[in-house]
Design a protein around this ligand. Sequence first.
Ligand code: NAD
Length: 435
Amino acid sequence: MNYKTSLDFRKDTLIKLLNTVALLEDEIVEALYKDFKKPAFEAVLTETNYVITELKDTIKNLNKWAKPERVWPSILNFPSTDYILREPYGKVLIIAPWNYPFQLALCPLVSAVAAGNQVVLKPSELTPNTAAIIKKIIEKVFHVSHVKIENGGVEVAQKLLSQRWDYIFFTGSVPVGKVVAKAAAEHLTPVTLELGGKNPCIIDETANLKLAARRIVWGKFINAGQTCIAPDYILIQKDMKSHFVDYLKNEIQKAYGDDPQKSPDLARIVNEKNWLRLINMIDPQKVLIGGESNIEDCYIAPTLIEETVLDSLVMQDEIFGPLLPLLTYDDPKEIETIITRYEKPLALYVFTEDKVFGKEIMKKYSFGGGCINDTVVHFSNQRLPFGGVGHSGIGAYHGRLSFDVFSHKKGIVKKANWLDLPMRYAPYKNKLQSI
Ligand code: NAD
């Protein structure tokens, strides 16, 4: 089957996918709950509804995005008509992580199909219930020669990576991103790598602390902190610290109650291995709020950690869990020392009422994307590119950009024959002066 040819075919399959996701929405939400108690509200907001919106947007805009795009011709080629022609890469491999296991598998798939590619999708093995429902959906909607699902773990991923692909789209950790990049280099396959990092969250002395606490608590503890763009650590002006801790305490209590383990709104850590990794990072002497845990339930309470050193375990790598270290600065120069100690992060946040300071921070540091006076929400605007820089990733997607990610763009000059200016042709004698 040649999926390159028909836009109607792509659109029909995407409509079928949309209807199937809508029909099975409850089952998807249930699978996400079984995998790590993802709250239904979060499952709908960040997974099913997100995918449905992406599908609707793609179906609506497909003709427009796929149309040859006219560009201004160069005077040197006069007379010509110049345009960009988008063609599918061909065979695409998508490897997805477990933290938003539905959305991060389905969104790239939607765009890869929209752009006309054949796809093999490998969801994460750590969320088996979601992987099973994805398989059910894919097999219902697509012919196996168009989109194929390969469920399994590292071995399956490595087997897939040993094959030749026309494009690889990977979302996951930095170390595995390097494995993918090496495998892709073997065949000079282009890649998008959506990775992670240690995302700073700066709070200066002008910030609205109450609102900052509310927005940080939501952005940090949604999905129990297992979000690639969650604030990783707080950098707060030292005089603001004690007030801010009070506000955080209040917001955590308001969101999750006196005993967050009983809250229906807090997801669990995905497995024991990750639970242990996180527990090892908690130094009980430094806990300001939370710290409670339960291995049988893979539970860790929203935990605030007072941190003064950068060589502690919690300040080594991306945390990816409900632990929030709080560091203070006296002089703004200290912010730079801390941030530049780490690789370029996927996200950066600043809370300030000082417009100049906010803008300066956004300009000064290199990071994937971020917010002034909020956390995480830049992800939700389809008109903003989403991706990392340096170790936090290669490439960006979302909205129209996702369609472009999975399309090779051919630059075409259609030359007219009614005029043929002699300027470029040899002999060049005396022509140099006229350039
Ligand atoms: P991971 O890298 O362990 O796994 C991701 C995928 O790679 C899975 O499908 C897994 O089976 C496969 N895989 C694991 N080891 C492999 C190997 N050695 N060779 C080949 N494939 C392998 O990541 P994860 O634990 O699923 O997800 C967490 C990480 O993903 C975090 O670092 C987070 O920041 C990042 N992440 C990034 C984004 C983003 O959009 N930038 C989104 C979500 C998660």
